[in-house]
Design a protein around this ligand. Structure first.
Ligand SMILES: [Zn+2]
Length: 317
């Protein structure tokens, strides 16, 4: 989830006009507490978290990234580069399912982070191939659940140097987040929802268009919304890591816990999620539908297109 000090101000503003959006201030995917506003975090930046000595790299958390290695030594030809980075700032046990989505949308197989072995080449992710472009990605993953979700650093405070480099080197970026619209309260009817935010309006439109075109089965409803200007998690802050591209904008996707859980046969652990992503008829509907929608939206966005909210699909035929 992504918040900022603006969250507090908008909360007050919303209270004044009676806008009931407090549920959007829920915490992460598996734990629904911390981070109602950046001030709710224990650590004010990734650097603080890394230097804390409380949570250790490799034991409690990992950072993972992949970058394309393009070259151009052609006389008559310049290869096109993927322009969009995909990131998951609160992956692993913080906002469960977002790491798996990040890797897959970026065009890589899912694999656990491996330990370094000087005698062996690095192992891990491999490009999916099959015409799916491999895109730059960055993830922070919690390997364990921390009390009060303490490893959550709000997106406006993300100062991980690789994250800044990956996003700063991209024209566009898409971030994946999890939130609980019910703030941990029990509920009987699942709410599968995607809340789209960020500073790139055209990218948000493309994501909205692709998702709403895909999720049309009313029996397996997925609510897709673009967050309003007063929403605490609309992601429009220039300091939000997803907006720190060289075009100055990106889009963040907040997925409700019920939607993420519906994508996996077993949602509990990272290995369960890797093994069961999209396995099962309904799971495939949500997982494949989401992954393919986001890839399609990114592809159209990079080609300069805008998905019109109504009327014929300009790409059809
Ligand atoms: Zn998040």
């Amino acid at each position: 989830m992504t918040t900022s000090r603006r969250a507090v101000l908008t909360t007050l503003a919303a209270a004044a006009v009676g806008v009931p959006f407090l549920t959007e201030l829920a915490g992460g995917g598996s734990t629904a507490s911390a981070a109602t506003g950046g001030g709710g975090d224990r650590y004010g930046s990734n650097t603080e978290l890394y230097a804390s000595g409380v949570y250790l790299e490799g034991e409690h958390w990992v950072r993972r990234f992949g970058r394309a290695e393009p070259f151009d030594n052609y006389r008559d030809f310049t290869p096109a580069l993927p322009l969009t980075a995909v990131i998951a700032p609160h992956g692993g046990a913080i906002e469960a399912g977002t790491s798996e989505l990040c890797m897959t949308i970026a065009g890589y197989s899912m694999a656990a982070a491996t330990l370094r072995d000087p005698a062996k080449p690095p192992t891990g992710l491999t490009p999916l191939g099959g015409g799916i472009p491999a895109r730059d990605y960055w993830m922070f993953e919690a390997l364990v659940s921390a009390p009060n979700n303490e490893m959550h650093v709000t997106s406006t405070h993300c100062d991980d140097p690789i994250a800044l480099s990956v996003v700063g080197g991209a024209k566009y970026a898409v971030s994946l987040h999890g939130y609980d619209p019910f703030d941990g309260s029990p509920h009987t009817t699942p709410l599968r929802k995607v809340l789209i935010g960020g500073a790139d309006g055209r990218l948000k439109q493309n994501l909205y268009g692709a998702l709403t075109k895909t999720f049309t089965d009313s029996a397996r409803r997925v609510v897709v919304e673009i967050a309003g200007g007063s929403s605490a998690i609309n992601g429009d802050d220039a300091a939000n890591i997803v907006n720190r591209t060289y075009s100055g904008g990106g889009a963040q996707l907040e997925l409700s816990t019920d939607l993420r859980a519906a994508m996996f046969g077993k949602f509990g652990s990272a290995s369960d999620r890797r093994d069961t992503a999209g396995v099962g008829v309904d799971q495939a509907y949500y997982w494949n539908g989401f992954v393919n929608s986001i890839r399609t939206a990114i592809d159209r966005h990079e080609r300069g297109l805008t998905w019109l909210p109504a009327g014929p699909d300009p790409m059809a035929g």
